[in-house]
Design a binder for this molecule. Structure first.
Ligand code: ADP
Ligand code: MG
Length: 222
């Protein structure tokens, strides 16, 4: 993990027909640090997260992953190293119920069927979803869906995590689960970019705080 990093080099980005959100942005996100990105709603945090995950492409400049093998075919290699919780968590859900959803995330990874089933069980328990394992996702509340999406990310502890607004919708029990998990990751120097307009609960889980101003500039606050 420590060799993974995300590098923004003179990145400019605007949505079609809109003003630039970023111009000539330079930024390095080391794979062994936990960074909180905060700022007002609409300042461009989710856009920056999307650029960092190569879900969005810059209009000019580049986002690169210096130590990633196969840099020219970066998407498949990248997503072995990076897990992205999108603000719209429906983009993170794949199955008809939690058990199927988590199993699908493990498709194609190493391990026997039994090992994967045990891993899914562990993630369901960790996120207190075991009683909802067969519940149709269409009947789940926003908070339950957020927990399920986070359980999916938890299946990949060794990847760099980008979490966009992970607190939104969580009840206090699941907020504690998330904060404990992030604090453990911080001790292990596992890489994290966590995006939240509500910085306070996350301050003890990160090494540094980056504030995105409404003019697209970034300022390190800690
Ligand atoms: N797909 C899109 N098309 C056009 N404008 C968008 C799109 N997504 C976001 N925006 C606009 O870009 C700005 C930044 O959005 P976003 O990155 O979601 O900010 P934040 O996550 O900080 O709230 C906002 O003005 C938003 O309305
Ligand atoms: Mg956002």
């Amino acid at each position: 993990m420590n060799s993974f990093s995300i590098n923004f080099e003179r990145v400019s980005f605007a949505y079609p027909g809109r003003d630039f959100l970023f111009q000539d942005l330079n930024l390095n996100l080391p794979g062994n640090q936990a960074i909180l990105l905060t700022g007002e709603n609409g300042s461009g945090k989710s856009t920056l997260a999307g650029l960092a995950a190569s879900v969005l492409s810059p209009l000019s400049g580049k986002v690169s992953y210096p130590n990633l093998a196969q840099p020219n075919k970066k998407k498949p290699a990248l997503y072995q190293k990076l897990a992205f919780l999108q603000q719209n968590i429906r983009n993170n859900l794949a199955g008809v119920n939690p058990r199927e959803d988590l199993s699908l995330w493990l498709q194609g990874s190493d391990g026997s069927k039994q090992e994967k089933e045990r891993f899914v069980k562990w993630a369901l328990e960790q996120w207190k979803l075991q009683d909802k394992a067969e519940k149709p996702v269409w009947s789940m509340s926003t908070g339950e869906l957020k927990s399920l999406a986070l359980a999916g990310i938890s299946l990949f502890p060794k990847r760099y995590w980008i979490l966009d607004e992970p607190l939104a919708g969580l009840d206090s029990e699941h907020l504690d689960i998330l904060l404990t998990l992030l604090q453990t990751r911080r001790k292990l120097n596992d890489g994290l970019l966590v995006v939240s307009h509500n910085a306070e609960p996350l301050l003890s889980s990160v090494d540094a705080v980056l504030h995105l101003n409404i003019d697209g500039s970034l300022k390190w606050e800690r």
